[in-house]
Design a protein around this ligand. Structure first.
Ligand SMILES: Cc1cc2nc3c(=O)[nH]c(=O)nc-3n(C[C@H](O)[C@H](O)[C@H](O)COP(=O)(O)O)c2cc1C
Length: 291
């Protein structure tokens, strides 16, 4: 980026314009209040996202997969979202809890983000590494899946190299009732349990409106920490390079045994001598796998 800001992308994986949207937008607004975050927002519910069918073209070994960051099976909107992720310095991922899991559209994106992972033989492998991922999960029940859906998203984030975050209490939104482990929020005390504004203080039917306070505190803390860790990572990387400190050279596959497809990223790396092509059974060590 030309300026010294960080860019935080909010992703809403609810098919409705409702609580998750409200929560992600509140977290983005709080990220902006830190004074150095620009934000972008994407609503998966409005997009054409086709489920992954396992063609594995985007893996880069059955197909060159070098045309860009996109789904190589369907011409859908997943490439657009993946590009937004790539351009961001951190993301805030919000999903409703559906039958104790993420929503179907959340899972589509999670699968389509495979190109960022260590099993991808494309130039995008590792490009989300060390960016923070703040998590918001919204349920209609009381402790009815919010936490483990949060853990699912954390695990996904780790899988593509990101840093999963909680919602540690802050001066502005302190304990009690700030939910330090993440924004695992609920509408269970709302006047309407499945109401579209059920996470808010105004919609809480109990007095004082503890549920609404707790929800919003945790959400805002996710926003703050995502902006801060994004900046910390960005400045940290710059400083590490300035000081010439060692960075781990992430390199999942120094040896490769599948016949490389001409024009693929792995073919390029082999031609450049960065990866050794060792057809199965012809390993220099006599072993097919890594020694
Ligand atoms: C198919 C379906 C399954 C759901 N399963 C759960 C659940 O397991 N746990 C829970 O707390 N809420 C569950 N809910 C309620 C939603 O999480 C809740 O309405 C939430 O506010 C939806 O997010 P939204 O308001 O952003 O659309 C379910 C809702 C639907 C439609």
């Amino acid at each position: 980026m030309a300026n010294n800001n960080v860019k935080i992308l909010g992703i809403c994986a609810s098919p409705r314009h409702a609580n998750t949207e409200l929560a992600v937008k509140e977290a983005l607004k709080t990220a902006e209040s830190m004074g150095y975050a620009e934000t972008d927002y994407v609503w998966l519910g409005g997009l054409d996202l086709k489920p992954c069918v396992g063609c594995m073209k985007c893996f880069g070994w059955r197909h060159p997969a070098d045309g860009g960051l996109e789904c190589y099976k369907f011409n859908d909107d997943s490439g657009m979202v993946l590009h937004k992720m790539l351009e961001s310095d951190g993301i805030i991922f919000g999903t409703p809890v559906y039958t104790l899991g993420v929503t179907a559209i959340a899972k589509i994106l999670m699968d389509k983000a495979h190109m960022f992972g260590p099993m991808s033989f494309t130039r995008y492998s590792g490009t989300m590494r060390n960016k923070p991922c703040g998590v918001i999960t919204v349920g209609g029940g009381d402790s009815a899946g919010q936490e483990h859906v949060g853990v699912d998203i954390w695990a996904w984030a780790i899988g593509i190299g990101m840093l999963p975050l909680g919602s540690w209490p802050t001066r502005e939104d302190p304990n009690p009732q700030s939910g330090s482990h993440g924004a695992f929020v609920t509408t269970c005390d709302a006047k309407g349990v499945y109401a579209k504004d059920g996470i808010t203080k105004e919609a809480t039917r109990t007095t004082p409106p503890t549920q609404g306070w707790r929800n919003m505190k945790a959400i805002r803390n996710v926003g703050r920490h995502t902006a801060y860790v994004a900046m910390m990572t960005k400045l940290g990387k710059e400083r590490i390079r300035e000081l010439g400190l060692t960075e781990p050279e992430v390199f999942p596959w120094p040896r490769y045994s599948v016949k490389p497809i001409p024009g693929s990223w792995i073919d390029k790396l082999i031609k450049e001598g960065k990866v050794e092509y060792v057809p199965k059974g012809e390993s220099s060590t006599g072993l097919d796998d890594q020694d």
